[in-house]
Design a protein around this ligand. Structure first.
Ligand code: FMN
Length: 344
């Protein structure tokens, strides 16, 4: 199993990374993932306009010193603005800059951003050129794609035109989600499409093809590599509330016959992560916002608990740090003294 992956001048020591996940993959989630063996993390898609206008978005894009290597993902609709946004990300210290040409969300596509650009390959190619011109070789550039707008012949042709341009512009890689834009999240990610891409473009020097879609556990990472030949696997919904997937993937990387469930988190380990994740989130977003965000995570974390439904119901009601600690006391063995330490 190849472990070292070279992305431009950056080397990572495992063939997987934490995906961009809007509403989730903030600094807090990324730091927790890294502590569990994740070698590379992607930000949520950042809007070029927000970065250019400065203010809160720019502050939120600042990088914690422990949050490297990090991919800053950018989304926009016109070449000049995306290029400006890229320069800002480079200045902020991002290790890789990634352009999102994949997002299927309606309000994003309506503004000709994200996945919409797969249907306008000429504009998308202008974006790639502007970005390359702005960034040069300062940091590696990558793109996030879906396998096409839909299943039509024209969508396939657009995809390949764009993919070839990504290579021609000297990008260091592309991560392809094997669902189409119109498919959104319905139905499976077409891994056979990822394999066909590797067959066609996989020998391109200094260019990595990554795969995304239907990675739910550590085994799936290596199944995707074996099935498709991609060099990198994007872990997305499978790591929300499950940072242990990265430890388990490292176990399998070292020993493919190992049993990843041997690293299933104990209640103590879950409590530790739940305390830490909330604490980090609160530091970034403040208590009120962190409480709302952590509800979503709590629901996902609850699946590791022996009484998942009770725990899920309890997390849904969280409104503040005290409520969070209340759930941990009731279900995760948090004692009053730990509670005090956590609050320090
Ligand atoms: C809630 C949510 C938010 C997402 N946000 C982003 C994003 O900001 N950038 C991105 O490249 N992909 C984003 N994605 C797509 C994922 O990175 C990934 O490609 C997709 O979920 C397929 O992988 P999976 O089936 O293993 O979850 C998002 C997906 C979800 C479910």
């Amino acid at each position: 199993m190849p472990c070292m992956t070279q992305i431009g001048k950056l080397t990572i020591d495992a063939p997987f990374f934490q995906a961009g996940l809007a509403g989730y993959s903030d600094t807090a989630m990324r730091l927790v993932a890294r502590k569990h063996g994740c070698p590379l993390c992607v930000t949520e898609a950042l809007l070029d306009q927000f970065l250019i206008n400065g203010g809160k978005a720019l502050v939120q894009a600042e990088i914690d010193p422990d949050d490297h290597p990090i991919v800053g993902q950018l989304m926009g609709s016109n070449p000049e603005d995306i290029a400006k946004g890229c320069k800002i990300l480079v200045k902020l210290g991002y290790d890789i800059v990634d352009i999102n040409l994949a997002c299927p969300v309606k309000k994003i596509r309506k503004k000709a951003r994200g996945g919409h650009l797969l249907s306008e390959p000429d504009t998308a190619i202008d974006i790639l050129k502007a970005v390359k011109q702005a960034v040069g070789d300062d940091v590696p550039l990558t793109v996030k794609l879906r396998r096409g707008t839909d299943d039509s012949a024209v969508a396939t042709s657009n995809f390949h035109k764009l993919f070839q341009a990504v290579i021609d512009q000297g990008f260091a890689g592309a991560v392809v989600h094997g669902r189409s834009v119109t498919q959104k999240y319905i139905g499976p990610s077409r891994w056979s499409f990822l394999k066909s891409l590797v067959d066609e473009y996989g020998q391109t020097p200094n260019f990595n093809i990554g795969g995304s879609g239907d990675i739910w556990d550590a085994h799936d990472i290596f199944r995707m590599i074996a099935h498709t030949g991609v060099r990198l696997v994007s872990v997305a919904r499978g790591c929300i509330g499950n940072p242990w997937i990265f430890q388990q993937a490292r176990l399998l990387m070292d020993n493919p016959d190992a049993d990843p469930t041997s690293l299933a988190p104990t209640i103590d380990q879950q409590r530790q992560v739940l305390l830490e994740h909330f604490e980090l989130s609160q530091r970034i977003h403040g208590e009120r916002m962190a409480s709302l965000m952590m509800r979503k995570f709590g629901i996902k974390f609850s699946v590791h608990h022996p009484a998942p439904m009770d725990v899920k119901d309890a997390f849904i009601k969280v409104k503040c740090l005290d409520d969070w600690h209340g759930v941990l006391e009731a279900h995760y063995g948090l004692s009053q003294s730990q509670d005090c330490v956590a609050a320090l």
